[in-house]
Design a protein around this ligand. Structure first.
Ligand code: NAP
Length: 211
């Protein structure tokens, strides 16, 4: 069997309905058989540490995707020590695929925010990454992409109106006591409350996580 597999890369801090709509829309437009969400490990490229730990972000992603048979969540990035490089993410997933489905072949697609994608040329081993996957940047409405300087045909852009929702906004809403219902799945809202994430004076930041 020949499969078309999407890898949804992101920090997912927290995962929200914009991410889920984006994954579903890309699966439809690119005829993908499945999408593997890969919560990033250590957010090395950010000035500040992520408020939620890797394990918490992983659990929220599992809870958010549980109802959709096309979606799964991988631990490859939160378990690999050190910074998350997408070229390693893809290599780990391809290795696992080859060992669990030795008779199948696959075409790989890496999906992430178009802002993040604009920096691909500065990522580790971009040439190898481009040979391994087709890149898909999902954009917010009205977003203008800074030219990623990638060869034509190596990437696609898809506008997703639901990406008006952002993780940054959700974190600040939680911190100020504003509602997040309907912006995130119910199960994610419950986990945010249970782990006491994103509170302004929370001493519980990253308590369960690797990231
Ligand atoms: P980010 O800087 O946190 O996000 C940039 C923008 O993209 C934000 O607006 C974010 O919105 C959006 N975004 C991120 N992931 C998304 C997704 N899957 N779907 C829709 N929108 C998304 O980016 P990041 O999360 O750290 O990194 C994105 C991916 O690129 C990760 O898999 C990361 O490991 C990879 N990356 C790799 C390298 C490398 O290999 N050297 C360097 C940088 C990033 P939200 O905050 O609402 O998600």
């Amino acid at each position: 069997m020949h499969l078309r597999i999407g890898v949804m890369g992101g920090t997912f801090d927290p995962i929200h309905h914009g991410h889920l709509v984006a994954a579903s829309e890309v699966a439809h437009r690119f005829s993908l058989d499945s999408i593997i969400f890969t919560p990033a490990g250590e957010p090395w490229h950010k000035a500040e540490h992520t408020p939620a730990g890797g394990e918490e972000r992983y659990l929220m992603a599992v809870a958010a995707t549980a109802n959709d048979p096309r979606f799964e969540v991988s631990r490859v990035d939160i378990e690999r020590p050190g910074p998350t490089y997408t070229v390693d993410t893809i290599a780990d997933l391809q290795k696992a695929f080859a060992s669990t489905q030795p008779h199948d072949t696959a075409e790989w697609f890496f999906i992430t925010g178009a802002d993040a994608l604009a920096g691909v040329n500065g990522w580790r081993d971009p040439q190898h990454l481009l040979e391994s996957v087709h890149l898909i940047g999902v954009t917010r409405p009205g977003h203008v992409l800074i030219d990623p300087g990638l060869p034509e045909g190596a990437f696609s852009l898809v506008e997703i109106p639901a990406l008006a929702i952002s993780s940054t906004d959700i974190r600040s809403r939680v911190a100020t006591g504003a509602p997040i219902s309907y912006l995130v799945p119910d199960a994610v809202e419950h986990l945010i409350a249970k782990f006491e994430l994103y509170q302004p004076t929370s001493g519980k930041q990253a308590h369960a996580g690797i990231g």
